[in-house]
Design a protein around this ligand. Structure first.
Ligand code: SF4
Ligand code: SF4
Length: 434
């Protein structure tokens, strides 16, 4: 999923006084051209941290990776060449993730920017983003990231006690101080960074404490709900037996119960809704136009008739590939399972994989497999059944394919409906796409 939102709402009071919102929509939304996105894992699933809720660490075993996988020079150059070659938008966005991509070391990323310049087409803008846990970010890294205008996604799960509960090193040491030092280093050296917060079961119970802590760090805040079926390390989403899925509202469809289908740290669906509602109220009252929260900005964009800025809330998926260190390409970062391997860039051009029939089917399935409840839901135009990886429960009538977070989404969208309409009214007509 794309790391950052691309839309920035103005302060509403200022909008009333005639200033127009400034929108920076992604190239993909502006054109019908060949534009896709790939999240690259140069160090595979390797990481210097050991967060129990990590959705990627277990890929080491699932994909049979070595303990220290590394993208070699040939695969790196192939990816950069093909990724640029396969796109004709004015901007090409490279995303580096893991595992922990900084384990590759700075020389790897110096090669990255050299190769990007070598293959860049005339008038084409190259952008990079890097998602990191921050532990290795020293002055040299920060200077590099600033000089090459990387947008950094830094994982921080709120105040110390919440962050340190799940985010610790391989040796079990807490990481809060080291991550905060990285945030300070990035800020003081002028590196753009967003804050990535995984909303687990504990964090969801403290919405305001978490939000107030994160907003003081600056940047866009990206809240990601933690939803992990107990068997997520081995079983691909949507490949489970639908007959055994629990019905919405039952104990098995909540975390922390003996028959739960999700891990204990997964967020409770109702708590997720409550978390979003409380953060929204605080943001809407005090911070709109000053603090950027990707989901909120995206929802307002959707209400204004613009596309969702997050794949999870779009009608279709399919434009965000994941590429492993060995050149294997998967349908999505959240579908790195053998069944969703599209091919390898040494054998097939990655643009061909991005537009393959298998990938198109994957993308359309997001809409085409929605249960009746979703199709008839008043919030469909915002929610779109959220991410297919979370569609692991049944509706009250027993239809499979309902999103685990459904009750939370309903609560949130009902709660903000009036506010959103008010914002849209104040913003006035927005720039047409085209
Ligand atoms: S499966 Fe679809 S909605 Fe979920 S993260 Fe991937 S592209 Fe986004
Ligand atoms: S709120 Fe629930 S029923 Fe409505 S679209 Fe989302 S997941 Fe489906």
């Amino acid at each position: 999923m794309a790391m950052s939102t691309e839309i920035h709402l103005p302060v509403l009071g200022e909008t009333r006084n005639a200033s127009r919102p400034s929108f920076a929509l992604p190239a993909a939304a502006r054109t019908n051209s060949h534009v896709f996105h790939a999240m690259v894992k140069p160090s595979g699933a390797a990481c210097n941290m050991d967060c129990p809720y990590c959705f990627y660490l277990h890929k080491t075993d699932l994909l049979g990776q070595s303990r220290q996988p590394r993208m070699d020079a040939q695969i790196l150059e192939e990816h950069i060449r093909q990724y640029i070659e396969g796109q004709n938008g004015e901007e090409v966005v490279f995303s580096w993730q893991g595992g922990e991509p900084t384990l590759m070391g700075l020389p790897f990323f110096k090669t990255v920017v050299e190769l990007q310049q070598r293959y860049r087409k005339p008038n084409q803008r190259i952008e990079n983003d890097l998602q990191t846990n921050g532990l290795l970010i020293d002055d040299e890294w920060a200077d590099f990231l600033r000089d090459h205008k990387f947008l950094v996604g830094l994982s921080i799960d709120g105040p110390r006690e919440l962050h340190d509960k799940y985010r610790f090193t391989k040796g079990g040491q807490p990481t809060f101080d080291r991550v905060m030092a990285a945030a300070q280093r990035l800020a003081s050296r002028g590196v753009s960074f967003n804050v990535l917060c995984v909303v687990n079961r504990d964090i969801a119970l403290q919405p305001l404490a978490v939000y107030r802590f994160l907003r003081q760090l600056g940047g866009i805040i990206q809240f990601t709900p933690c939803v992990e079926p107990r068997d997520f390390s081995a079983a691909a989403p949507a490949r489970r037996d639908p007959a055994s899925a629990p019905v919405v509202g039952t104990s098995a469809a909540r975390p922390g119960t003996p028959d739960s289908i999700v891990t204990d740290w997964s967020v409770d669906p109702d708590d997720w809704g409550n978390f979003l509602c409380q953060v929204w109220d605080e943001w809407y009252r005090n911070d709109i136009g000053r603090v950027f929260i990707n989901l909120f900005e995206s929802t307002v964009a959707q209400a204004s008739g613009l596309p969702a800025q997050m794949c999870t809330h779009a009608e279709f998926c399919g434009k965000g590939l994941a590429i492993e260190h060995n050149g294997d390409v998967y349908s999505c970062d959240h579908f790195v399972y053998p069944e969703y391997r599209l091919g390898n860039i040494n054998e097939t051009h990655e643009a061909q994989l991005a537009y393959s029939d298998a990938q198109k089917a994957f993308g359309f399935a997001k809409r085409d497999t929605l249960p009746t409840d979703c199709r008839q839901c008043p919030h469909l135009k915002y929610c779109w059944g959220e991410c297919p990886k979370n569609r692991i429960i049944k509706t009250a009538s027993g239809e499979p394919g309902l999103n685990y977070l459904c009750t939370g989404w309903k609560k949130f969208y009902s709660h903000i409906n009036r506010d959103v309409m008010d914002i849209v009214r104040q913003l006035g007509p927005l720039p047409a796409l085209g």
